[in-house]
Design a protein around this ligand. Structure first.
Ligand code: ATP
Length: 328
């Protein structure tokens, strides 16, 4: 155990994700367990630049494990992308006596952390917190499971209307660069088609598939569309295109939007966040820096932040095949 670590900082950055609070709690409590001081920075890197912080004790993180969002708030800081911004952040950390930072966020957050730790002698440890699940070096990110369950629940409800009115629904879900949410929630909610950024299934194939569904006796259908799908039309244009080409269908669009980020974290996310938060503190005490802690095969996994940023977490394309078979 490194004896020279006296104070650890923690922050949440990028898009908020359910379970971030459970991770903050785990960091604060692990610090308390190991007799280290803990300080939370508000609004990610922006709070570090402004010196906007709060002492975190074992007691003042009570009752947050079940709360969505992040008590430390999150932000996207343009200033941290500049040398001057990072210098200010460093000076504030030094003044506060912070020896290491735990960064809870996505790949943008880790990129910033990587640059920061190359410029200054601050240890940084990444904890993957994003609903998108698009981080290399972990099978699951904090918030993804909750978002999936939220989306499945929403699609189940939309399905009630779709089947009552014999309608076709296009449901847009989050995922500009990765289709994890669309693919897994699509299979989980029994969608007829799933459109994701990783695969362009093509408009013709979509029309064919919907026609096949009609012929096989289906009176309603759900198409789950990832924000960043590659079909070349946004979800509204897509619905219009399908209605023009398949006049039998009455199409509607539902954009789930920010409701996918919110809500109470699932037990899975709380446990994941608790494990990753404790491990992040322990990694610092072991003298590690510039690494991210993730999970795979139910075991904790440590990856260099550089690899986490540069690597690609790929979707399981087998699920597309499963979805095809099941939407017969
Ligand atoms: P999400 O996946 O939810 O979007 P994220 O961590 O990828 O989360 P970003 O907005 O991309 O979210 O990044 C968060 C913050 O990290 C940025 O607002 C910025 O302050 C910092 N950051 C991102 N890229 C860099 C960079 N190249 N240099 C310095 N800081 C960066």
């Amino acid at each position: 155990m490194q004896q020279n670590i006296k104070k650890i900082g923690v922050m949440t950055s990028g898009g908020d994700a359910p379970g971030m609070n459970a991770a903050i709690r785990a960091v604060a409590r692990a610090c308390s367990y190991y007799n280290i001081k803990c300080v939370g920075y508000y609004r990610g890197y922006q709070g570090m630049i402004e010196g906007d912080s709060v002492e975190l004790t074992a007691r003042n993180v009570k009752n947050i494990i079940s709360k969505g969002g992040t008590i430390l708030k999150s932000a996207r800081s343009i200033e941290f992308k500049t040398k001057e911004g990072r210098k200010k952040a460093y000076e504030n950390l030094k003044e506060e006596g912070v020896d290491a930072m735990i960064l809870i966020g996505g790949d943008g957050t880790f990129t910033g952390g990587m640059i920061f730790s190359k410029e200054y002698d601050i240890s940084v440890i990444g904890v993957p917190g994003t609903i998108d699940n698009d981080i290399f070096g972990t099978k699951f990110t904090i918030g993804y499971d909750t978002a999936l369950n939220t989306v499945v629940e929403a699609i189940d409800k939309i399905r009630d209307t779709a089947s009552s009115h014999n309608r076709l629904f296009f449901v847009e879900v989050m995922g500009r660069d990765a289709g994890f949410i669309a693919l897994n929630a699509g299979v989980g909610a029994g969608a007829e088609e799933i459109l994701i950024p990783e695969e362009d299934l093509g408009l013709d194939r979509l029309l064919e598939s919907l026609q096949r569904s009609r012929r096989s006796g289906k009176s309603s259908s759900i198409v789950v569309v990832s924000e960043g799908d590659k079909i070349g039309k946004n979800v509204f244009e897509l619905a219009e295109y399908v209605t023009e080409n398949l006049p039998d269908y009455e199409a509607r669009v539902s954009v789930l939007g920010h409701m996918q980020r919110g809500g109470k974290p699932t037990c899975f996310d709380r446990v994941l966040a608790s494990r990753l938060g404790v491990k992040a503190v322990e990694l610092i005490l072991d003298g590690q820096t510039n690494v991210m802690v993730g999970v795979a095969d139910n075991k904790l996994l440590v990856t260099s932040i550089e690899k986490a940023v540069k690597g690609k977490h790929t979707i399981n394309k087998e699920l597309l095949r499963i979805s095809d078979i099941l939407s017969v």
